[in-house]
Design a protein around this ligand. Structure first.
Ligand SMILES: *Cc1c(COP(=O)(O)O)cnc(C)c1O
Length: 378
């Protein structure tokens, strides 16, 4: 079956008891057992598994071309659970412009537990190879990255890693692209991580995270950790993400249509120094983006010539809401240096103060452009 069909049906059957078409929200913590150690359908306790969460997990697995999926309370809970596969002394190579919260977890929290991190420019696979050590257990990519939308060649990185003696796992945070635009497991990644808070949920009404993979042993190890640590997604939130995913392909197409028109508008603005958009001809990895992604997505960043103007513009829009997060149907605007990426201040990952990030929603493109036009004059 094709992606659009899977987005609506994968993991979801009409309820066998009553025919309900939508997956019920199973608000239960525990399940009746037919005898001691004889759970009815494998369900014992909802931290371990819940039918609504299972439907979402199965759907995610199919969409990412995996064989299993796990849903978490947030993207960070998913990320943290992946890192719990490691032990003190292990080393991780991560992209040098990963999501601010990922950087904070790695650099400020997990270092205290004896994990070592190197942040490298992953857009150059050779440069990334130099950062590998005999202790490297994970290579963590974000492509397109946040907030600079830099693109990494997943296949090239996977090939380099497989030749390295430490055989690290390749993990790709696929939040910005979603499986509709890009499927890292098909390109050689071992694990895909998502913040489902963003495009998968798609309506800015839920926080969630996911890990998806192919290898069954890895799946068993991570399901064990999910249950042991307990950062699971609840049934109501699982339902909201399941519902959001049904319209993912339609939304992603419209996000792209709108983003394309906005990029064309931004190109003509003299107040703008640089635009960051994966499919734009000025993008240094445009060729890789075109080969690796179905479309350019809905995220655009740009740098204003006047650094102080970034805050003014972000506070002057009327349809674009000044807010953190991204990937919802509504358009959002933010200044990463002062908001989402504040935690990178003073580090090598610090972002330009004049940078503005747009999460282009699915409103009317002309309305969005008119809004940006008046804000840029502010
Ligand atoms: C938001 C985000 C995360 C963190 O996810 P939460 O759901 O907020 O915990 C991780 N990676 C990327 C790329 C994100 O945008």
């Amino acid at each position: 079956m094709k992606f659009e069909t899977l987005a609506i049906h994968a993991g979801q059957e009409p309820d066998p008891n009553n025919g309900a078409v939508m997956t019920p929200v199973y608000l239960t913590s525990t399940y009746m057992q037919d005898g001691i150690g004889k759970p009815r359908q494998g369900y014992e306790y909802s931290r371990t598994l819940n039918p609504t969460r299972k439907a979402l997990q199965d759907c995610l697995a199919e969409l990412e071309s995996g064989s299993w999926g796990l849903a978490f309370a947030s993207g960070m809970a998913a990320t943290d659970t992946v890192l719990r596969m490691l032990k003190s002394g292990d080393h991780v190579v991560a992209g040098n412009d990963v999501y601010g919260g990922t950087f904070r977890l790695f650099d400020k929290v997990l270092r205290r537990f004896g994990l070592d991190f190197t942040f490298a420019d992953t857009t150059d696979p050779e440069n990334l190879a130099e950062a590998l050590t005999p202790a490297t257990k994970i290579v963590w990519l974000e492509t397109p990255s946040n907030p600079l939308l830099s693109v990494t060649d997943i296949r090239a990185v996977a090939e380099i890693i497989k030749r390295h003696p430490s055989q690290p796992l390749l993990v790709v945070d696929n939040t910005f692209a979603t499986p509709y635009l890009q499927r890292p497991l098909e390109l050689g990644a071992d694990l895909v991580v998502h913040s489902m808070t963003k495009y998968l949920g798609g309506h800015s009404d839920v926080v969630g995270g996911a890990i998806i993979g192919k290898d069954k042993e890895l799946g068993a190890q991570l399901a064990y950790l999910q249950n042991a640590i307990g950062g699971i997604q609840g049934p109501m939130d699982s339902f909201l993400v399941l519902r959001g995913i049904k319209t993912l392909p339609v939304r992603m197409d419209r996000h792209f249509e709108n983003a394309k028109k906005i990029v064309q508008f931004l190109e003509k603005q003299k107040s703008i120094q640089q635009i960051f958009y994966p499919f734009h001809e000025s993008h240094p990895q445009q060729k890789i983006a075109l080969a690796q992604m179905r479309n350019g997505g809905g995220m655009i960043s740009f740098v204003l010539k006047d650094k102080d103007a970034a805050r003014r513009v972000a506070e002057a829009t009327k349809i674009f809401t000044l807010a953190e997060s991204l990937g919802g149907v509504e358009s959002l605007i933010e200044v990463p240096a002062a908001m989402t990426h504040l935690s990178t201040q003073g580090s090598t990952l610090e972002v330009d103060a004049g940078l503005v990030r747009l999460s282009v929603g699915i409103e009317n493109a002309e309305d969005l452009i008119a809004d940006l036009e008046q804000a840029l004059k502010a």
